[in-house]
Design a protein around this ligand. Structure first.
Ligand SMILES: [Cu+2]
Length: 168
């Protein structure tokens, strides 16, 4: 009986970690250099975008340049540094970037254009022609998990004791 209670406790403890889903999808996006700013999908979306993906996702980017000047798509965390020749709305310059992520990439990472004058500040806190990729959600505040684990342990301990007492 004690053993059964302990096994039940162990299963309850293990369950939250076993249940964590593993997602791995392709995220296809167009990132546009326009007006010395980055935009997602269209030139009229807000500048300085944040792309949110899950660890394990593959980020498949088309990087377009609509400006009649050079830009770069520079993303230090993922080792990407692309030159973008001048383009236009009618005939944008198009480059392709594939980024594969894992749980090791959890966090918020900045990309930018390295042409002098297009950003101010230094890595990883530039301003201007910048954007971010956030891998995973921001971690939840600890406080819910710990009491839950203690409650499960408490239930297991109490039932083990009760069974031991009954046995006598
Ligand atoms: Cu630029």
């Amino acid at each position: 009986m004690i053993r059964r209670a302990l096994i039940l406790g162990a299963i309850l403890l293990a369950a939250p970690w076993v249940a964590v889903p593993v997602s791995a999808s392709d995220v296809n996006l167009v990132v546009i250099a326009f007006g010395v700013n980055w935009h997602i999908a269209s030139t009229s979306t807000p500048p300085k975008p944040t792309i949110i993906i899950s660890p394990g996702d593959a980020l498949r980017l088309q990087v377009h340049n609509h400006d009649a000047m050079n830009h770069t798509f520079t993303f230090p965390h993922f080792g990407v540094d692309l030159q973008l020749a001048p383009g236009s709305d009618a005939v944008p310059t198009i480059a392709y970037v594939n980024i594969t992520t894992s749980t090791a990439d959890n966090g918020k990472w900045q990309f930018y254009c390295s042409v002098p004058g297009h950003t101010t500040g230094t890595d990883p806190n530039r301003d201007g022609m910048v954007g971010w990729v956030q891998v995973g959600s921001t971690p939840p505040t600890p406080g819910l998990e710990v009491p839950l684990i203690l409650a499960v342990l408490g239930i297991a301990a109490v039932s083990a004791r009760r069974f031991a007492w009954r046995k006598r």
